[in-house]
Design a protein around this ligand. Sequence first.
Ligand SMILES: [Zn+2]
Length: 498
Amino acid sequence: MTVRTFRSTATTPLDRGREFGIAHASQIAATVDAYRRIFETQAGGAVDLAHWGGLALDRIAVVSAALAEEVQGIAEGADLPVTSIAAINARTEILAAVGASGAHECSTVVHLGEGSPVAVQAWDWYGALADSWLVWEIPHADGHVTTTLTEYGIVGKIGVSTRGLGLLFNILHHDQDGTGIGAPVHVLARAVLDEAADLNQALLRLSTAAVSASSSLTLIAAVGGESAAVSVECNPGGVGYVLPDDSGLLLHTNHFLSTPAALHDVELRTGPDTVMRYDTLRRRLTGPTIPSITRVLTAMNSHLLGGGALCCHADPTLPATGQFETLATVVLDVAGGTLSAHAGGPCTHPLTTTPHEETRMLKLKRIDNMDILTKDVQTLVDFYHGTLGLPFHLPYEPDEEWAAIDFGNLTLYVFKSEVGEHAPRRTAVNPDNAPGLDSFAFEVDDLDEAEAYLDGKVEWVDQRIEWKHPSGTWYRYRPFFDPDGNMLYITEPHPTDA
Ligand SMILES: [Zn+2]
């Protein structure tokens, strides 16, 4: 499924709202209808949208006068009551107020390291709303741009601004949620992205908000080569902060990680999968390998918890109110100020690799060293260091009978052995040789010159040999023995692209 994207041209709130409302009237109406049904199912009876929408409109205006105007514009453009638009902008608060139960998922991963932060979220929500979202690009009069993944008619959610600020979103549940309608968290998210010039302004925006529906808003800042991230756990009891661990990894699922809010967590009873999703991410992303976007997406590719998994698919065995899906997988480029959304879960994301064990995938970089065992370390040192003129990689330890010799792009370690016999000498004719390591070859610029230099100093194995590959690449080379009888070559390679 392609991701729908809309770029506003109007830069004043009312006109921007109208333009959006006109362009998406049917989708906005469908989203309002879908939420009306969800509210009523969760409430177990009729829900007065005009009543809740009226309360929501007041709270939206407190958060941001500009966004209240934009909501008005969307309503006008879509030809719907402004209370309907205000109600869906406060859908999280209304769900809390009507006592909605059941788990609501979402999994967030941020990693701060060298370069731009990695910031990824799986957005899990009601499957009925799978077609109700888009990516909205919002240029502002001063030139900066907010890009948000949001639902039709809701002013914002997950997003990024070209001021080097990103925001990821996880719903939380606190035992004091649902008293009236507080600051709508979706409107707060958009206000932060539109208005905050830096991380400090964003933090102040969130720390002073009075919410009625708990949410973790993870802020990521990346400006001038510096980066930072923090999850702000907004809740009716106050605000808590979660910081990245020592490796720069910051994870959030749907339970409080800060106290005292964690003592009031409802999700631990209604959606304990949040604890296991957190643990799976932690285990898969902790370790020496830097969590790249691919690695994060692959870590999120888990179906272990069924309908409560990191990559969440509707579970037909659960009641309809418990059927959630990963509707989108979102990757923020905070430094670049852009957002990329994939319609669906991590398991179908093009950057995800399978199997899940990719997180433990071997990533060999290059040959670092090789070892030769010998009964006479000094003789080999005289040969490699003296005759061939190769430098030591580490100071020679004659008393300890080992040496590390710099082969240019790898280190040869020579160690003492006092058991058995050396393997038989090999020849340059492969079919004549027993299996096992055969030889190693040193590149030279001029075979004639190298051959002339070594003549009389080494024991040649064979005459000069020339070999051509059909691609055009060819080599000429000559094998010789070291004093122990290990076979080496000098070779003059001629790759086709040279
Ligand atoms: Zn999946």
